[in-house]
Each structure stands twice: as structure tokens, then as C-alpha cells.
Design a protein around this ligand. Structure first.
Ligand code: ADE
Length: 260
């Protein structure tokens, strides 16, 4: 699937695309990432891509015209290569917060997307209203640009592609995976068995796989109940909690739930 990224800082993406387990997905073209700089579509000696906001106020606003020319080039390039047209996504705190379901939708999409990384105070609203199909946020905080959000989406999509993770089962066990039960993942331990006076939970060294599985399940239930009780309720509604799970949850000390 193809992702076109519109960014004033394409150089930020090079290390990200060439490191770690996801590198294979990008290098093989399984997740085909193409970078476009709106400055290449800007006019004049200074190739301006931003200007002061009408009405005054701090910061700069990205100009609609270079972004539009850039988007038109992407659309023409996609059409010339027989790639399907794709939705235009703007990363912004205004958008819907990205979650596992959203990542799964993107990772199964055949057309990919055009990802726009805003900078400065944002984009001219007329461009947003004319061209942006949806806005996506990483959370209720403000980044200085959408690049990190774009990388977060690409990374989460790439690791779900078949064959990208070394162990095929590993993303099946992810926190939030509703195919599993939507609970948080359990804690993990590796060598050495004793580290600076802290031992590994003895059950993990027991060799009893049934007990280890039950312990891991209980850890996931306890952690999720403590940190994200709404995910436990969702698993219950989806019929994904066994009687053993319910018995374990009933025995947990009751923590007052924070206000929703
Ligand atoms: N750009 C600025 N803040 C952002 C956020 N919270 N999520 C996505 N893109 C952003």
C-alpha cells in the first residue's frame, strides 16, 4: 500500500524508514512511502510556504497554494502509475485520536493515504475544507508538526503487515488487540534471572505452561483493571471474559475509578 507524505522536513523520515523491524516493510514496498515537500511547489526566490495570519496573532500559517500543487502532483503521479486515489489525512490535534481499530483499518486498506504534516500554527482553513478528508490526532497535546504523528501511523501500520515482525504471533498478543480481547499486554522479563536484587516472578521459571498462561492472563486483567477499567468492561460486553477471569477480577482489591 502506498502512503504519500507531504512534509517540509522529508529528511526527518530517512532514519525512521531505514531502521528496525519495519525497515523491511518500507524497503520491499509493502508499505511504499513517498515523500513530497510543498516547498518544491512554492513560488519566488524564497519559495515561501507560509505567511502571517489574517486578523493578527502569533505564528505563521501554511499557504494553501503550494500544498494544493503538491497534492495535485501526488494525484497525477498515482494516476500515472495506476495507483488508486486515496484519502487525504491531516495530522492535527483537532482530529480523532488514533487507536488500534484505526491502525487496523489503515493496515488493511488497499489505497493507503496522502498524509499531510502541518507545521507552524496550522494550514489555511480553505485548503483543509477543500482537500482534507479526515484529521487524525495522536492525543490531547500539541506537537510542533505532524511528522511524528505520521511516523507513528506508518510504524503501527507497517508492523501489522504479514511477515514484518520476526515472530508472526507477536502482534496477535499486542495490547488493545480486539481479536484477542482488547486488554493491555502482560509484563515481560528476560535474562538475567536476578537483576540488581530483583528476581523474575518464580512462576515464569516453573516450566508449567498452563500455570504461566493463567498467570499472564491474571497480570493482564489486573493491569487493565487498574489502568484502563473501561477496556475490561468492553471485553466483558464482548463476551471475552471467562468465569476464571471474573473470579480473579472479583478478588482484586477495589480501586476507586477515576472520573470518566
Ligand atoms: N500536530 C500537532 N499536534 C498534533 C497532535 N496532537 N496529533 C497529531 N498531529 C499533531
Amino acid at each position: 500500500m502506498r502512503f504519500d507524505v507531504i512534509t517540509l522536513f522529508p529528511e526527518l523520515f530517512a532514519p525512521f524508514l531505514t531502521c528496525g523491524v519495519t525497515r523491511r516493510a518500507y524497503e520491499s514496498g509493502l508499505v511504499d512511502v513517498r515523500l513530497w515537500n510543498p516547498r518544491d511547489f512554492a513560488d519566488g526566490r524564497y519559495r515561501r510556504v507560509d505567511d502571517r495570519p489574517f486578523g493578527g496573532g502569533p505564528g505563521m500559517v501554511m499557504l494553501a497554494e503550494p500544498l494544493t500543487l503538491c497534492l495535485e502532483s501526488i494525484r497525477a503521479d498515482r494516476a500515472a502509475l495506476g495507483a488508486p486515489d486515496a484519502p487525504t489525512v491531516l495530522f492535527s490535534p483537532v482530529g480523532e485520536v488514533l487507536n488500534h481499530a484505526g491502525v487496523e483499518r489503515w493496515s488493511g486498506s488497499s489505497c493507503g493515504a496522502v498524509l499531510i504534516c502541518g507545521r507552524y500554527e496550522g494550514l489555511d482553513q480553505r485548503f483543509i475544507e477543500t482537500h482534507v478528508d479526515l484529521q487524525v490526532s495522536l492525543g490531547d497535546f500539541v506537537l510542533s508538526g505532524g511528522e511524528i504523528a505520521a511516523m507513528a501511523l506508518l510504524d503501527a501500520v507497517a508492523r501489522l503487515q504479514p511477515g514484518v515482525l520476526n515472530d508472526e504471533a507477536s502482534h496477535q498478543m499486542d495490547s488493545f488487540n480486539p481479536a484477542l480481547d482488547g486488554l493491555l499486554d502482560c509484563p515481560h522479563y528476560t535474562r538475567p534471572e536476578a537483576w540488581r536484587g530483583q528476581a523474575v516472578p518464580p512462576i515464569l521459571m516453573s516450566g508449567n505452561h498452563a500455570h504461566i498462561e493463567r498467570w499472564r492472563r491474571d497480570q493482564r486483567l489486573a493491569l487493565t483493571q487498574r489502568e484502563r477499567p473501561e477496556l475490561v468492561r468492553a471485553a466483558r460486553r464482548a463476551g471475552q471474559l471467562s468465569m476464571g477471569d471474573e473470579a480473579f477480577l472479583a478478588d482484586l482489591p477495589k480501586n476507586p475509578e477515576p472520573d470518566a
